[in-house]
Write a protein that binds this ligand. Structure first.
Ligand SMILES: [Zn+2]
Length: 138
């Protein structure tokens, strides 16, 4: 059974993230169901339910990420860990290219691919929000 995240811990995680997904930067206010609290290192890998291992994530990013901690890049099938919002700075690994999220590093590359950050419907949603000045927030 999943360990419960207290309302106070959720508030801390959401406030720290400025109420936007820490992977795709989707504002929580733009999402019908809001954001979720993601275990960056999944509990099955020994990740703890504490603020240092938690990130605010939209449902799409969280579902696509699941308990994964990385992926492989070719050639060579080199393992590369996913973007970690507690260790990494978003702009070091990604940049917006219109409404698409362009990876700048291997970490960015595996994260964009695994979390499907540029799925056509997600790019379209960003486009609509950008037109209204609601993406990105910061
Ligand atoms: Zn997201």
């Amino acid at each position: 059974m999943a360990e419960a995240i207290s309302p106070a811990l959720r508030r801390e995680v959401a406030g720290r993230a400025k109420h936007q997904c820490e992977y795709c930067r989707m504002p929580e206010a733009a999402l019908l169901a809001g954001c979720e609290v993601d275990h960056i290192i999944g509990r099955k890998h020994g990740g703890l339910t504490d603020a240092a291992n938690l990130a605010l994530s939209c449902e799409r990013c969280n579902r696509a990420k699941g308990t994964d901690v990385g992926s492989v890049i070719r050639p060579g099938d080199t393992f590369v860990r996913l973007f970690n919002p507690r260790l990494d700075v978003w702009h070091d690994h990604f940049q917006l290219d219109g409404s698409s999220i362009k990876p700048l590093t291997a970490i960015g590359e595996v994260t964009v691919r695994l979390l499907q950050l540029n799925a056509p419907d997600r790019v379209l949603q960003r486009q609509v929000l950008q037109a209204g000045g609601a993406y990105p927030l910061s």
